[in-house]
Design a protein around this ligand. Structure first.
Ligand code: ATP
Length: 286
């Protein structure tokens, strides 16, 4: 993004430079967010402003959806949330800590609470390792004793709805849906409080997408996990998000409760995303 962003809307309440920041509505959900990005900016190099004063919060046990088309800054925001990048401006806090500065033993303990579910689990799993070994390595990194790992792997496979026998398979021997469940199992190995899910279902067919979404909903109900759920597809986000932030060219154009945003989108860009979702017929069937 090289030029200042011009907003085509004539609705002044939709303009991020004039509209009130969504603090009041965010504050309504919970007093203390688990993840909070406040007025965050990120510039990769002069002229490439990936994020501009973005505020987004995920309360404990809740789901915040982040939508926007390709290049809007979603993955950059995910990397900031995970502490893989430092912001140029603003603050990022997970459980009160700056994730970029979590170091040492105490830092690792906090960091264990923050995990990632990628878009293409097949690419993030080592093809030379059996699926169970990948999960066991995550358990080992979290300090689970060797003698407990086999049972813990089996329990995690069961938790994500997989037959523990699949732990012996290599990634190439598993379906996309199975790989995504293993990615979730691996993320759960550290008993996280928040999962950052970056397009976790966009590489899956509709039926498998629904199954993975159901899995995430079930995990949240079971263990109070929070999700930052990132997608270009509003229809998918609608399935699980309590609130949605709409990002366009690095700026928040709209934020609100999912149902309200779905029923009465204020910004033309949100309306365009919704229309695209309707036209593509991407609303998952349940
Ligand atoms: N490492 C990088 N170096 C320079 N520019 C980058 C880098 N990563 C991302 N960008 C730029 O920052 C902007 C936001 O990119 P980002 O990947 O965060 O968007 P996105 O919404 O996740 O896109 P997609 O859905 O295609 O993954 C884009 O203009 C992109 O070209």
């Amino acid at each position: 993004m090289t030029e200042p962003i011009t907003d085509p809307t004539s609705d002044p309440t939709s303009d991020p430079t004039t509209a009130p920041r969504p603090t009041a509505s965010a504050a309504r959900t919970d007093a203390e967010p688990l993840l909070a990005l406040e007025e965050v900016g990120k510039r990769y190099r002069p002229g490439v402003l990936a994020l501009d004063r973005v505020t987004l919060r995920v309360p404990p046990g809740r789901t915040t959806g982040l939508v926007g088309e390709s290049g809007s800054g979603k993955s950059t925001l995910a990397r900031l949330a995970l502490g893989l990048l430092a912001p140029d401006g603003g603050t990022v806090r997970f459980d009160g800590h700056d994730p970029y500065r979590l170091r040492g033993r105490s830092g690792r303990a906090v960091r264990a609470g923050l995990q990632f579910v990628p878009q293409h689990p097949g690419r993030s799993l080592n093809p030379a390792l059996r699926a169970g070994t990948a999960v066991a390595l995550a358990l080992a990194a979290h300090g689970t004793p060797r003698r407990e790992r086999r049972d813990a792997v089996a329990a995690l496979f069961c938790q994500v709805g997989l037959d523990p026998a699949l732990a012996r398979r290599y990634p190439r021997e598993l379906s996309g849906g199975q790989l995504q469940r293993i990615a979730v199992a691996r993320a759960l190995a550290t008993r996280p409080r928040l999962l950052v899910c970056d397009e976790p279902t966009s590489a899956l067919d509709r039926r498998t997408q629904t199954q993975v979404l159901d899995l995430l909903v079930g995990l949240q109900a079971e263990s109070g996990l929070g999700f930052l759920f990132i997608s270009h597809d509003l229809a998918v986000v609608r399935e699980l998000a309590d609130r949605v932030t709409v990002l366009r060219q690095g700026r928040v154009v709209e934020e609100g409760a999912t149902g309200e945003l779905w029923d009465a989108p204020r910004h033309p860009y949100t309306r365009a995303l919704l229309a695209a979702a309707h036209n593509a017929g991407t609303t998952p069937t349940t």
